[in-house]
Design a protein around this ligand. Structure first.
Ligand SMILES: Nc1nc(=O)c2c([nH]1)NC[C@@H]1CN(c3ccc(C(=O)N[C@@H](CCC(=O)O)C(=O)O)cc3)CN21
Ligand SMILES: CC(C)C(=O)C(=O)O
Ligand SMILES: [Mg+2]
Length: 260
């Protein structure tokens, strides 16, 4: 059965953890879906891990749509959520509706994610929800603000922690169906998770969230660099290098291909 937004809320109530990973192409999306991942996120981190940019800022809405279409072709069960990239939604609620509408019309993704809280994004989330576009929020470390915030943990003081909590509450009240909490202290994430009725999905936010997300390239050991909070469950860089070296050796020595 395909995962629905309604089911996410039930899973929070049942304390069943929600499993979320990113994908940028058909092959990985298909494997994640077959492995039973609940939400597949077409994250704008693909700017860095798939396209080789040094931040998420350069990726365009057309780029995201191109990758989301490939991901959706590989997915049968998981809920596909697509990040709205930098400057595709911040100008106005109208711009956000246009961009999010294109994602839903053109890709098969059922929801969008955007970064920010109160006051900048609360109205936008309300307007998107009002026209039937499900929105996932994203607060704490918001990588599209790298030039303002860097990539440090956010919400370390009582004052900044309280602001992040208020951002999360504003997003829930505006109609967001879930919220990513990125790189904040675990106690703050726990307190936000307890205060919200919608699920929280943590990344570098400790264990007391309703689900967890990682960038799949980090999980697989494929990224060049990864954040301190990521965990690799494999070493694909090594696996790929070894396979390529073996092929090269066999071609150069005449062992492959064999004369039939
Ligand atoms: N491969 C990958 N994994 C991610 O989780 C990820 C991306 N890319 N790209 C988009 C954002 C950027 N992320 C990051 C990247 C680095 C740090 C990091 O190294 N933080 C350091 C401080 C670094 C600094 O101050 O410059 C820390 O100790 O918090 C945190 C989040 C999370 N997201
Ligand atoms: C890690 C998730 C939350 C994300 O925003 C991304 O991959 O871009
Ligand atoms: Mg993102």
């Amino acid at each position: 059965m395909a995962v629905t937004i309604k089911q996410l809320n039930q899973w929070k109530q049942q304390e069943r953890q929600i499993v979320v990973l990113t994908a940028a192409d058909y092959a990985i999306a298909q494997l994640l879906d077959e492995a039973g991942v609940d939400i597949i996120m077409v994250g704008d981190s693909l700017a860095m891990v798939t396209l080789g940019y040094s931040t998420t800022l350069p990726v365009t809405l057309d780029d995201m749509i191109h990758h989301a279409k490939a991901v959706c072709r590989g997915v049968k069960r998981a809920l596909v959520v697509c990040d709205l990239p930098f400057l595709s939604y911040q100008e106005s609620p109208q711009q956000a509706i246009h961009s999010a509408g294109r994602v839903l019309k053109e890709t098969g993704a059922v929801a969008v994610k955007l970064e920010g809280g109160y006051p900048a994004m609360a109205e936008t989330v309300g307007r998107l929800t009002a026209v039937g576009i499900p929105v996932m929020g994203h607060v704490g470390l918001t990588p599209q603000s790298i030039n303002l915030l860097g990539l440090r943990q956010q919400g370390k003081t009582p004052e900044t922690g309280e602001r992040i909590l208020q951002d999360a509450i504003a997003l829930e009240q505006a109609g967001a169906f879930a919220i990513v909490l990125e790189h904040i202290p675990p106690d703050l994430a726990r307190s936000i998770t307890q205060k919200l009725t919608i699920p929280t999905i943590g990344i570098g936010a400790g264990p007391h969230c309703d689900g967890q997300v990682l960038v799949t390239a980090d999980l697989l050991g494929l990224s060049e660099r990864q954040p301190p909070f990521a965990k690799s469950y494999g070493n694909l860089r090594q696996v790929i290098t070894q396979a390529v070296q073996e092929f090269s050796t066999e071609v150069r020595s005449g062992k492959f291909p064999l004369d039939p």
